[in-house]
Design a protein around this ligand. Structure first.
Ligand code: TRP
Length: 447
């Protein structure tokens, strides 16, 4: 494997990894989780979990990936193989690849809705109201067509490979996304009602901190950093030996949590601006609307009541959501595609086409049985499987690797690795603390 592709620069890696991490989870999941779980109290819990649990787990993936320079299945097989149990690595890696593929399958459906709403802002500008109605109505045909369009976009990028595909498009799209986010925040904060949303977001209500909050915060943190399924592992495997791993992992974590936090400054004020405009923003039970209805009912109603400006804002908003989803879903698709290209003779283009099409069929299955499958797949993959896989990856680094191996994996790009605080704490931390904390979070939420 002499010619394994790498990211061409540190910036390229950061854009790609942050592009993976920053997605619908940040712009939609994080703000709404915050709103329904006690405002700033949730933000505090989230920040603690992100840095004390998710960052160390992210490091486990980056370290394994860069040291083994292979996909998750091959990496874990080799590590477990040295202990005489290669099958354990293959099983766990395979589980990760399946979960990554399932996440890609539901995420693309949601992303397809974003593309449909984006298209609707165009048909509205063009005065084609019959098209607009079809685009925003929940229909099987529309869902399947737009899932296909979105998956086609991700497949086009992934088939071009690491530097010409993933890196180039992440580097182009991420700055556009951040600019749109800032512009939208400035606009929304000048509207009536915005401050009420800001208050809810920034003032903690500790009495709302139920045990479930910790599980939601952990799930949110793992999902947001794209952990557990080999996404960060494969991106780490494309990272040059010149880079300092703990530092680059910290940059990615900070960017991800930073953008999630900033997105809250857009979404929660927007909800209360919508309320000012007369949109109903509460469920019958009196809680803030947080699920799909928020993005596809409340916000569009707000855009609709803003007149011409509203159409432009809708265009900007759904462009933002589509870009965020795109740079994330390419990283999901890369997991099975890298497995196929590294272990068979199939070329990247063909592998992308075959695997993308197969996962598209899963998405169609979910669309056909939406009520039964959609929520179930999301829960199974993100709430349960990602943290479980996160524990297992920590166990791989903490228990199956010798200290020397860990040190050798850190040394490239980090001259003082052996004396560093990181090396003094982290190996023990992923060995004991991370698995126990993740388990504890699970157990306390079961009670
Ligand atoms: N982190 C992304 C988000 O917040 C989603 C994502 C990308 C992801 N790759 C992943 C989630 C891998 C889980 C696993 O939207």
């Amino acid at each position: 494997m002499a010619s394994r592709e790498l990211f061409s620069s540190k910036m390229g890696f950061v854009m790609a990894a942050a592009g993976s991490a920053v997605g619908l989870g940040n712009i939609w999941g994080f703000p709404t989780n915050t709103a329904s779980n006690g405002g700033a109290a949730f933000v505090l819990v989230y920040l603690v979990l992100a840095f004390c649990l998710a960052y160390p787990a992210l490091m486990a993936e980056l370290v394994i990936g860069r040291a083994s320079r292979a996909n998750i299945v091959t990496s874990l097989r080799d590590i477990a193989g040295e202990r005489g149990i290669p099958w354990a690595g293959i099983l766990i890696g395979g589980y990760g690849v399946i979960i990554a593929s399932l996440i890609y399958s539901f995420y693309s459906i949601v992303a397809g809705w974003m593309v449909a709403h984006w298209a609707e802002s165009l048909t509205t500008m063009a005065g084609q109201s019959q098209w607009s109605e079809w685009l925003v109505a929940f229909g099987l045909k529309r869902n399947i067509i737009f899932t296909a369009i979105f998956m086609g976009l991700t497949m086009a990028i992934i088939s071009r490979g690491v530097s010409a595909g993933i890196e180039r498009w992440s580097t182009r799209l991420m700055p556009v996304m951040m600019l749109l986010l800032v512009v939208l925040i400035i606009y929304v904060l000048t509207q009536n009602g915005a401050s009420e949303g800001l208050k809810l977001y920034l003032i903690p209500h500790f009495s709302d901190l139920k045990p479930q909050v910790f599980l939601s915060a952990m799930g949110q943190a793992f999902f947001s950093l794209s952990l557990g399924v080999g996404t960060m592992l494969i991106y780490g495997s494309y990272l040059s030996d010149k880079e300092n791993l703990p530092q680059i992992g910290a940059i990615v974590t900070l960017t991800d949590t930073g953008i999630a936090f900033i997105a809250g400054l857009l979404i929660l004020p927007a909800i209360y601006v919508a309320k000012e405009y007369g949109t109903n923003v509460f469920t019958d039970g009196g809680e803030l609307i947080a699920g799909p209805d928020l993005i596809f009912q409340v916000l569009p109603a707000l855009f609709g009541s803003m007149g011409t400006a509203g159409t432009l804002v809708a265009f900007a908003f759904f462009t933002l959501m589509t870009i965020a989803a795109l740079t994330s879903s390419i990283s999901m698709l890369e997991v099975p595609v890298s497995l196929a290209t590294e272990n068979t003779k199939i070329g990247r283009g063909m592998a992308t086409l075959i695997i993308g099409s197969l996962i598209f069929l899963i998405s169609v299955g979910i669309c056909l049985n939406f009520g039964a499958l959609f929520g179930w797949v999301i829960n199974f993959t993100t709430v349960y499987s990602e943290p479980v896989l996160g524990i297992l990856l920590c166990v791989f680094v903490g228990w199956l690797w010798h200290r020397n191996k860990v040190l050798n994996a850190l040394k490239p790009g980090m001259d003082n690795a052996e004396q560093s605080l990181f090396f003094k704490i982290w190996p023990m931390y992923v060995r004991f603390v991370c698995p126990l904390l993740i388990l504890a979070t699970f157990i306390q939420s079961l009670r």
